[in-house]
Design a protein around this ligand. Structure first.
Ligand code: BGC
Length: 474
């Protein structure tokens, strides 16, 4: 907590910590009322809330209510005729007249599913339940049955549960899979006058370097597409709704590996991306380790990975469809969600200061150099850049409320964002490439930079080094 406080964090978002069989890292909750023992106790949560509040920070918890775990008592009870939970999930009869193959291998259709929907984690979205004699729907893994939100009792139960957590002292929720709502809906639902949501996470920019939005099929990013997407969401919600600004979370590969140059320009590319993102309007999110430039893990074999989505994709493509593993593997390495889920790198010791035991995923070998202990208080470090950037976000009103403009939208490597507020101009300018770039920079005070400033006579002021980024105020 002192670390997050020092970084300048206002609100902590915890991924799910409630009781769960952990088929999907806690996004499969089996008891909404208790903390999973692998994380601690309710008493620990109370202590966390108190310690955050003492430091003026707040706590947001993940609210996973599209589905529960199949081990939740509601789901087990829903198999029993006459149970109050009988209709709490989406149960359907098999397709009439179809002939199921009871021996169909796991993850492949039996042939009499109610419809051909596929789950987000691969394989059919319907699983046959022999006990109830019906199929149940799961948009994600079979262990994540979808709740039936048309049943008013489901809603009342969830609302009461949310109320209990708020009464306990938590400050808000991140609502899991409130899916893919459009720009217009996002603007309406985050309009403060409606009292619904405070902000929205959209995924459009996350799909720009993927073929058909498939994280396991990476394609090169075309920077102008990223610039325009971010600009469109900025302009689209401005004055009404509110954006969440992020490049990284527990579901995404590490941005420095995905969009930057972790080998030759780790610090500069990590901070150039951060500085440009944080120059937009909205609430910026920093995912653990992003602030020290943590990168993807150098996976060598599928047996090292744990993520249900990754393993589902591998199973479907390699084991079911017989694709060449060597052709599937690079997409796994680049796109797996496990890239974001390796232990936090606190120091250079074995276990990275995270644990002296065995973590659920291996520690990235780069923790020897890339770790908190090597960066906190060290001028020019990635951590200190983030700290300064966050403190400017707190003090520069133009970043909160300023009008937005994207300049040079078609330039292939220059990213230039301008914000205007009450006669003040704020420019964020970056060279998003590993080559130098000549560019006439706007005049003004450089309030944030990720490279040493040009020394007169040493390097021309209008030359941006690889991944150089500046915030300029005039
Ligand atoms: C979460 C994922 C999770 C999925 C299913 C997503 O919104 O961020 O981590 O696997 O929902 O709950």
């Amino acid at each position: 907590m002192p670390y997050l406080h020092r970084l300048g964090v206002d609100v902590v978002w915890l991924s799910p910590v409630l009781r769960s069989p952990m088929q999907d890292n806690g996004y499969d909750i089996s008891d909404y009322e208790d903390i999973d023992p692998i994380f601690g106790t309710l008493g620990d949560l109370d202590a966390l809330v108190e310690a955050l509040h003492e430091r003026g920070m707040r706590l947001v918890m993940d609210l996973v209510v599209n589905h529960t775990s199949s081990e939740h008592s509601w789901f087990r009870d829903s198999r029993t005729p006459g149970s109050p939970c009988h209709d709490w999930y989406i149960w359907r009869d098999p397709k009439p007249g179809a002939h199921p193959d009871p021996a169909a291998p796991a993850g492949t259709p039996r042939g009499d599913e109610p419809n051909p929907w596929m789950s987000a984690f691969f394989g059919p979205a319907w699983t046959w339940d022999a006990e109830r004699g019906e199929y149940y729907l799961h948009l994600f893994a079979p262990g994540q049955p979808d709740l039936n939100w048309d049943n008013p009792n489901v809603r009342l139960e969830i609302f009461a549960m949310m109320r209990r957590w708020l009464d306990r002292g938590i400050d808000g929720f991140r609502m899991d899979v409130i899916n893919l709502i459009s720009n217009d809906q996002a603007r309406a639902t985050t309009d403060p006058s409606r009292g619904e949501l405070d902000m929205v996470f959209q995924f459009e920019h996350m799909a720009l370097d993927q073929e058909n939005g498939n994280r396991f099929c990476p394609i090169p990013l075309h920077l102008p597409a990223m610039k325009r997407t971010r600009a469109r969401w900025n302009l689209g919600l401005s004055g009404h709704g509110w954006n969440a600004l992020y490049l990284s979370n527990h579901d995404q590969a590490r941005p420095v590996s995905r969009y930057g140059d972790p080998v030759s320009h780790r610090h500069a590319s990590a901070t150039a991306w951060a500085g440009m993102l944080h120059a937009h309007q909205g609430t910026p999110f920093v995912y653990q380790g992003e602030e020290i430039g943590m990168a993807n893990y150098p996976w060598a074999d599928i047996s090292e990975l744990r993520d249900v989505e990754t393993l589902g994709y591998w199973h479907e493509h390699v084991e079911v469809e017989g694709e060449n593993p060597a052709a599937v593997w690079p997409g796994i390495v680049a796109g797996s969600r496990d890239n974001a889920r390796t232990p936090m790198q606190w120091d250079g010791t074995p276990g990275a200061g995270f644990t002296t035991g065995d973590a659920w995923l291996p520690v990235n070998p780069d923790h020897l150099d890339v770790n908190v202990a090597a960066q906190v208080g060290v001028p020019g470090s990635t951590f200190e850049f983030f700290r300064r950037m966050i403190s400017l976000r707190h003090s520069l009103r133009v970043l909160v409320d300023g009008d937005f403009d994207l300049l040079e939208p078609d330039h292939p490597v220059l990213w230039w964002v301008r914000r205007l507020w009450h006669g003040r101009t704020f420019d964020a300018v970056a060279n998003m490439s590993s080559d130098g770039l000549l560019w006439d920079l706007p005049e003004g005070d450089v309030v944030l930079a990720n490279c040493a400033p040009p020394v007169h006579g040493h390097r021309p002021a209008d030359r941006l080094s690889p991944w150089e980024m500046r915030w300029i105020v005039s």
